[in-house]
Design a protein around this ligand. Structure first.
Ligand code: ATR
Length: 282
């Protein structure tokens, strides 16, 4: 029988993960099955235990279970521990190993697919929730000049910056501010425009624009929205109107899946064709 995997979420019917992993398996000649798994809102842990009993080898985890997956894991990879959230589970040797491939997926999409190196760049990260937290370490590993976290609730951004200060390569590489401070405070990390602006707020879910000033975007900056859809998000539209190159989160979705697939199967699939197919079906 094929090795079995699934994506656990609630809701889950919309998930593109089965399509992506089936395409990866076909491409790499791996014998596996991959399904959607709807877990009851109060039944994540029981669902995972059931999968293990049925012999599943691993699972992806999506909204709203990434924090519960973090709590349930018996062993955590460093990037999951630092992110405080788990999107990939590996069931091996009686352990539930938790990893997080969202951040590496975002960085792979920016650096490899968009061709924008992060080394030496000024990065502005909007939001300070789970989605933001997961990408900070992978970005720092690419050696940006700085990463500034801006959040509506300033205190959350401050706490996040303090948490990651120990991972910085130099003083001031990690900083926090409120949206109203972006571009201001002469002589500080927030002064001037940014090379890469990442929207990790959940604003796009409600079709809202986070209050980022137009001056945040350097001409030709990369404006990245973690969300994707047929239409541009308000953030992508706003960024494009102010000289930035807007990019949605579809490539990040495919890259986080490729990273999970590599963890499970030990082979790294190519992502270009899968991304193009998904894009054509949006
Ligand atoms: P996720 O796990 O997707 O990051 P979350 O932990 O609920 O979800 O975090 C949502 C983030 O989006 C927060 O940073 C939130 O700001 P607050 O900390 O001030 O709540 C941010 N956010 C949500 N809607 C927003 C909006 N309309 N404008 C700006 N920021 C918004």
């Amino acid at each position: 029988m094929s090795d079995r995997y699934c994506v656990i979420g609630n809701p889950i019917a919309h998930s593109k993960s089965p399509e992506i992993h089936v395409a990866f398996a076909r491409q790499t000649g791996q014998d596996l099955a991959y399904e959607r798994c709807l877990a009851p809102i109060d039944g994540f842990a029981d669902t995972v235990r059931g999968l293990i009993e049925q012999g599943y080898r691993g699972a992806n985890v999506t909204v709203p279970f990434k924090l519960e997956a973090f709590a349930l894991a018996t062993r955590l990879r460093e990037r999951a521990r630092v992110a405080g959230a788990v999107n990939t589970l590996v069931f091996e040797d009686g352990e539930i190993v938790g990893d997080n491939t969202d951040g590496p997926g975002l960085v792979a999409d920016i650096v490899q697919n968009a061709g924008v190196p992060l080394a030496g760049k000024r990065v502005l990260l909007l939001g300070a929730g789970g989605a933001a937290r997961g990408v900070i370490l992978p970005i720092l590993q690419h050696g940006p000049a700085s990463i500034v976290m801006a959040n509506r609730t300033r205190a959350t951004a401050d706490a996040l910056a303090a948490q990651f200060a120990g991972h910085a390569a130099h003083a001031g590489q990690v900083a926090a501010c409120g949206f109203e401070d972006i571009g201001g405070q002469v002589g500080s990390q927030v002064e001037g425009a940014f090379d890469v602006v990442i929207n990790a707020t959940s604003a796009s879910l409600s079709n809202a624009l986070p209050p980022v000033p137009a001056a945040a975007f350097r001409e030709g900056a990369l404006a990245f929205d973690m969300m994707y859809g047929k239409a541009l998000s308000p953030f992508m539209e706003f960024a494009a109107q102010h000289g930035a190159i807007a990019r949605d989160g579809l490539g990040m979705l495919v890259e986080q899946a490729a990273e999970a697939f590599a963890l499970w199967r030990g082979v790294r699939p190519a992502t270009g064709d899968v991304l193009a197919t998904l894009r054509s079906r949006l």
